[in-house]
Design a protein around this ligand. Sequence first.
Ligand code: SF4
Length: 481
Amino acid sequence: MISKSNYVAYKQCHRQYYLDQHKANLSKVNGSILRRMEQGKEIGELARSLFKNLVEVEYDSYKDTMIGDTLDLMKKEKICMAEASFLYDDLFCSVDILVKDNDQYDIYEVKSSTSIKKDYLKDIAFQYYILKQKGLKIRKTNLIYVNKTYVKDGPLDLDQFFIIEEITDKILPYVKKVPETVDRMRQLEEMPTFLPNSHCSECGYYDYCYKDLPSDSITHLYYYRKKKSQFLLGNKRFKDVLEHDSHLSELQLRQIDFHYHDRDALIKKTLLKRFLNEWEYPLYFLDFETLDYVIPKFNGVKVNQRLPYQASLHIVDNIDALSHKDILIEPSNDPRQEMCQFLTEEIGSHGSIVVYNASFEKSVIRDLMDQFPEYKDQLQAIDDRVVDLLDVFRNGLVYNKAMGGSFSIKQVYPALCPDKKNAYHDLEQVHNGIEAMSALESLNDLSGRALEKKKQALKAYCKLDTLSMVDIYNRLKDMLK
Ligand code: SF4
């Protein structure tokens, strides 16, 4: 049987579909994927409230029961059903919401996204095809998705929160492709070879597919957008694209050169000195940990707004003395006001605020600024003084082979400070951003000693994120001596 999730998986990546069928135990769903799935489920349930007198076809692993229940409900002249289920040949789908109006039907698919994506159209085309083959007269096909401009103000206003858009014309070209695609799916007997694509980073088979790639695989090449097309041409390694792609960037060329040769670290001293000299003491090394929710939890919060539940601040004064402050707010509370207080009380009126990848911290600060006018001037002054440590690497001022073309702090830190190479690994419970997000969210369900331990783990992780920036900064200063 081919379900709509099988169909979507195949459309995204043939290999993913094959693995789902034959090696599903290899899939590792990380906290971030799980969180998105849970929020999607929540949105699906919420969207049902848009329909009056909705009847749900109860889930049953024995699909015939769902199909039989659907047929019974369809005997009514007018009905609105959730999970109406159909089988045509070996193709099975459950429609999120199906409205019957005499002999006509409207399909509604619900997504937790804030825009219409091509994958959704393919998914809905599969359902449309099955329903058509079953002889149903489809009047309209609609997508229900989330209005990204929605701001919570009192109880959730579903009519404002959701956008319902008719997409019948948009899916028709994809409907035509369904028979041919399912034929190919039925014939797939061997695992397709690995082909990097835009879905890999969110795929449960990522570790399986990527673990044995050679160290000079173009999948490791910095910001290289032609991975899939070059793989299809057989150019899978650095040396292949060096020969066949004349449009590699300076950073990509340098990464390849360092990979194949033993070179001393590259340090553009004059530029690095100029860059660091612009920073003013005291230096405030700042990092946030955030949670975002599709359905805003608090008044004044936007859809998917990053709420800062945690911050770490290392302060280096002009005699290089180091101090540390932090804050951790439990996720059942609205953290914004407390975070405004923390930032405006702990960050003085002078000195640079050093972050790693400024767009993230700036977006958090700017949301706070917009939503808490009483802190606007102070937060604006903080925002104006943000400098980005990542620019040192992104702008090519420093590079060494150990960075391997990645400028994430988890890669740069051990590359520049090898004595700290196990620092993240040695932490307890929380070792990366995804684990931090899951740990933060889990605080709601913990109490007593377990709660305290989790909080300590989160604090240690966030503290290391800013301490690593301090260490990198000191290393850069040493390079200038
Ligand atoms: S990791 Fe990428 S190539 Fe592997 S199955 Fe997933 S999407 Fe396909």
